[in-house]
Ligand binder design. Structure first.
Ligand SMILES: [Zn+2]
Length: 319
C-alpha cells in the first residue's frame, strides 16, 4: 500500500529531478512531518543531506538579507530534525519550522510544496473513497476547531499559532469532491469515539482519551458521542500547580505554565535540554512528569468521573 510520502514522491518526480526544487521538497516535507510528530527516517535523512550540503543556501547568495534569513531558519530546522529543542520556546519553533517551508524558492514561488502536500492528500482521499466505495468519512483534526454545525465556519480551524492553518476549512476541503457524509471532530475527540467503539473504552458509558505529546489534549465520549460545550474541551490548557522544584517558566504560547506548558514534550525538552526520547527511564524528569500528569488526571476524574481513561501519546513517555 502506498502511504502519503510514497504518493508525494511518485507525483513529484519532475521536481525531484531538479536539485533546487528537490531541496525545497525535502525541507518542506521534513518540516511538515516534524510538525505532525511523524518525521520518517528516510525524509529526515534527505533533509539532513540538503542541510549539511549547504546546496539550498547557494540559491540565496544574490540577496544578503534573504540569505541571512534562510540561514537562520535552516539552522533551526536542522536542530528540529536532529531532535534537539534545547532552550527554545515553542512559538519560535513553530514560526521557524514553518518559515523554512514557506519562504519563496528561487523562482519566487511561496509555499508551493505545502500546497502540493494538501492537494496530493486530497486527491488520494477522493481517489481511494471512490475506489473502495466508502459510505461516510470522519475527519480528525488538531484544534481549536469550530464544531458548531450552525456556524458559518463549521469545520474550520480557529485561532492557532500554526502559520498557514488560521481559518483553514478542513471540513470543506475534505467534502470537496466527495458525495458521502463527512463529519469532523478534534483528533482526541475522534480517538475517544474510536476507543469507545472498538478499543480500550468499550463497555463504559463515559470515557476520556488523554494524549501527551507535542501538546496535551483530552477527548471525552458520552454514549458514543464526543462531548462539546460551546466548543470542544481544552484539557491541555487547565492551570497546573507548579512543582516547587520546577524552574521552567512554561512553553505554552498563550498561558506559559498551564498543563501543556509544563508537561508536554516541548516542555520536557526545554526543561532538560534534551528531547524526551533521549531521557533514560530513571531520569528525574519522569517523576516530575508523573506528578503533573497525576494531578491533571485527578482533576479530570473528579470533574468528569469517566468510567475509563485511555492514555496515549506521541512517544513522549516511556511505557
Ligand atoms: Zn496553555
Amino acid at each position: 500500500m502506498l502511504i502519503a510520502t510514497d504518493i508525494l514522491i511518485r507525483d513529484n518526480q519532475h521536481a525531484l529531478a531538479n536539485p533546487s526544487e528537490a531541496s525545497v521538497f525535502w525541507l518542506a516535507l521534513a518540516a511538515a512531518q516534524w510538525e505532525c510528530g511523524r518525521l520518517e527516517a528516510r525524509v529526515r535523512e534527505e533533509a539532513l543531506k540538503v542541510l549539511s550540503g549547504g546546496s539550498d543556501l547557494l540559491q540565496w547568495d544574490h540577496d544578503p538579507k534573504l540569505l541571512r534569513q534562510r540561514r537562520r531558519v535552516l539552522e533551526r530546522l536542522d536542530g528540529d530534525v536532529r531532535g534537539s529543542l534545547a532552550g527554545r520556546q515553542r512559538q519560535d519553533v513553530l514560526d521557524d519550522r514553518i518559515g523554512a517551508a514557506v519562504l519563496p524558492d528561487r523562482r519566487g514561488r511561496v509555499g508551493h510544496a505545502h500546497g502540493r502536500v494538501r492537494d496530493v492528500a486530497q486527491d488520494a482521499a477522493v481517489e481511494r473513497a471512490h475506489r473502495v466505495g466508502v459510505a461516510a468519512v470522519g475527519v480528525a483534526a488538531f484544534g481549536p476547531l469550530d464544531l458548531d454545525p450552525e456556524s458559518a465556519s463549521y469545520g474550520t480551524v480557529r485561532s492557532t499559532p500554526k502559520r498557514g492553518w488560521q481559518r483553514a476549512p478542513v471540513l470543506a476541503l475534505v467534502r470537496a469532491g466527495l458525495d458521502v457524509p463527512v463529519a469532523v471532530d478534534t483528533d482526541v475527540g475522534a480517538a475517544a469515539v474510536g476507543e469507545w467503539r472498538w478499543g480500550a473504552a468499550r463497555g463504559v458509558r463515559v470515557a476520556a482519551y488523554v494524549t501527551v505529546g507535542t501538546g496535551i489534549g483530552a477527548g471525552i465520549v458520552v454514549d458514543g458521542h464526543p462531548f462539546h460545550g460551546l466548543g470542544h474541551p481544552e484539557f491541555g490548557h487547565i492551570p497546573a500547580a507548579r512543582d516547587p522544584e520546577d524552574e521552567l517558566t512554561g512553553v505554552c504560547p498563550v498561558h506559559g505554565d498551564c498543563l501543556e506548558g509544563l508537561a508536554s514534550g516541548p516542555a520536557i525538552a526545554a526543561r532538560w535540554g534534551r528531547p524526551s526520547e533521549a531521557l533514560p527511564a530513571d531520569h528525574p524528569a519522569w517523576d516530575l512528569e508523573a506528578r503533573y500528569l497525576g494531578r491533571a488526571l485527578a482533576t479530570l476524574t473528579l470533574t468528569v468521573v469517566p468510567g475509563r481513561i485511555v492514555r496515549a501519546g506521541g512517544g513522549v513517555l516511556p511505557g
